[in-house]
Write a protein that binds this ligand. Structure first.
Ligand code: C2O
Length: 558
């Protein structure tokens, strides 16, 4: 491989959308930020310079960081944040991975505007396991707020209730309402357009960078073939509609019509949500635009394209679509990309994930559920507090006093009806920093059970430093006597982010072959803030390359 050098200047930039200009934090003045493109085997070196008053750090979502845990990026987990005027060089080699990933800020809610694609092409002489596409296009879904995102988070956390909903979903930064009050029918200049030619195959790299919403995606009158999820090839399958959770990526092949009857077709996203509280229930659109002689793309309004041209999307709480869709994913599992799922596990863990409440502080009014509470979110009833120094640093230097404790609680599998009437003794929340410590190369199974203590809700759980196999999932309470018999240990999909089904459970397996400290959390930003996060410490192995290397000299200090 070769070395790919990038410079990320984190700085403010005026950006105008929906008739308003806002000064936002960007990388290099771009929104979304610049794509990082490399090949499998390449070394990626990104110098990040922080010119804004907020602390910052950047995470390379889905990169395994084998031998480079100091470059993973989550603030207070693997590094202290990069302070104003300081810089840090992320330096990692892409080992055994290719596909669509992304990068984003990993502190507070800065990822609302600090994100971009991370595209790993196959090695020079390697091919895709599908016909070579005519062209590749990346579409990142996100959210747009008129307000500063730091104002949005403080409102959400201080009120104790949920966050205000965003003002629009976006496609590559372009807001997607078909119409809005500022302009009425919108000009094309503020709408994302994907230009295609008739009769060709495109590879679309789709990334959900939204803060708090699972999204359905569809293109009117077109079918897509799913070929990859989270930078891992899957057995191809066709679908009109996708569901992508925050953190996940999905690659699809799009065959364009040889003789399109329209010049423009609408693409759209809408949310999937089963919880309680407010969310953005709008359908947002962009345009698939055919470049044909009859369509010289000279018009500058969305003439002739109206809401009736929107693709059909599931209703907001269509869990049966979601269940059916997520069951379609299978690893490619061929000679070149074999499945290596642990057939036996050394350790099985049972994690409850879900929402809870904390009492409202004295002399405050809180807007959480059940009258004057604050929302919280937990793993095994721990609402994790971030420490004041990075856990990886404390661990590496053996100075963990006060920073974290190695006592992550175990939780009883069958003790409660987790998805039935909420038992109040599962509603205990405290803010400690407890980590789960496991030996190098442990074969791990984690069953994650959604709870309905506040309300059942799907949680996109993301694990840093690993991909994992999704060996089983279901609705209701996990049954340890019956459900494991139904696991798929032949061709389960492998990913880095999986939705714990709303009112259900998911079982994942991985081999802990990457020493370091690895964050695991819900990829809804508001749930992270409420504490739905934990960390694994994977101990060193014996050989030199199975150990956490010493930190780089420029590692930021707290
Ligand atoms: Cu994409 Cu810890 O996150």
């Amino acid at each position: 491989g070769i070395a790919r050098h990038y410079k990320f200047d984190i700085k403010k930039q005026d950006v105008t959308h929906l008739c308003k200009t806002k000064s936002m934090i960007t990388v290099n003045g771009k929104f979304p930020g610049p794509p990082v493109v490399a090949r499998e085997g390449d070394q990626v070196v990104v110098e990040v310079v922080n010119h804004v008053k907020n602390n910052a750090s950047i995470h390379w979502h889905g990169i395994r960081q084998l031998g480079s845990p100091w470059s993973d990026g989550p603030s207070y987990i693997t590094q202290c944040p990069i302070q104003t005027g300081q810089s840090y060089v992320y330096n990692f080699t892409i080992k055994g991975q290719r596909g669509t990933l992304w990068w984003h800020a990993h502190i507070s809610w800065l990822r609302a505007t600090l994100y971009g694609p991370l595209i790993i092409l196959p090695k020079k002489n390697d091919c895709y396991p599908f016909p070579k596409p005519h062209e590749e296009k990346t579409i990142m879904f996100g959210e747009w707020w008129y307000n500063d995102t730091e104002a949005v988070i403080s409102q959400a956390l201080q009120s104790g209730g949920g966050p205000n909903v965003s003002d629009a979903y976006t496609f590559n930064g372009f807001p997607g309402p078909l119409y809005n009050s500022c302009t009425g029918a919108r000009g094309l200049a503020d709408t994302y357009r994907l230009k295609v030619q008739p009769g060709k195959t495109y590879l679309l790299r789709l990334i959900n960078a939204a803060l708090n919403d699972d999204l359905f995606f569809s293109i009117a009158n077109h079918t897509m073939t799913v070929v990859e999820a989270d930078a891992l090839y899957v057995k191809p399958f066709e679908t009109d509609i996708l569901l992508i959770t925050p953190g996940q990526t999905t690659n699809v092949l799009l065959k364009t019509k040889p003789n399109p009857t329209q010049a423009k077709y609408l693409m759209a996203v809408s949310p999937y949500f089963t919880g309680s509280g407010t969310f953005d229930n709008t359908t947002a659109a962009a345009i698939l635009e055919y470049d044909t002689p009859q369509n010289p793309t000279s018009t500058d309004t969305i003439t002739g394209v109206t809401a009736k041209d929107l693709p059909r999307l599931p209703s907001v709480n269509d869990t049966s679509f979601v269940a059916n869709f997520s069951n379609k994913f299978r690893s490619l599992n061929n000679a070149q990309f074999p499945v290596d799922v642990p057939q036996k596990v050394d350790k099985q863990f049972f994690f409850t994930v879900g929402l809870g409440t904390n009492p409202c502080p004295k002399n405050q009014k809180c807007q959480g559920p059940n009258n004057n509470t604050k929302f919280a979110a937990t793993v095994n009833n721990i609402s994790m507090a971030l420490p004041s120094k990075a856990i990886l640093q404390s661990y590496f230097f053996g100075q963990n006093d006060g920073i974290f404790s190695a006592s992550f609680p175990q939780f009883p599998i069958n003790e409660f009806n987790y998805t039935g009437t909420p038992p109040n003794n599962t509603n205990v929340v405290n803010g400690t920093t407890q980590v789960m410590v496991i030996p190098y190369n442990t074969s791990v199974e984690v069953v994650m059970q959604d709870t309905s203590v506040v309300s059942a809700e799907s949680h996109p759980l993301h694990l840093h430093g690993y991909n994992f196999y999704v060996v089983g999932q279901g609705y209701g309470n996990f049954n340890p006597n019956k459900d494991p018999a139904k696991y798929n240990l032949v061709d389960p999909v492998e990913r880095n982010t999986v939705a714990v089904p709303s009112g259900g459970w998911v079982a994942i397996r991985f081999r802990a072959d990457n020493p370091g400290v690895w964050f695991m959390h819900c990829h809804f930003e508001v749930h992270i803030s409420w504490g739905l996060r934990m960390a694994w410490v994977v101990l060193d192995g014996k050989l030199p390359n199975q150990k956490v290397p010493p930190p780089p000299a420029d590692l930021p200090k707290c």
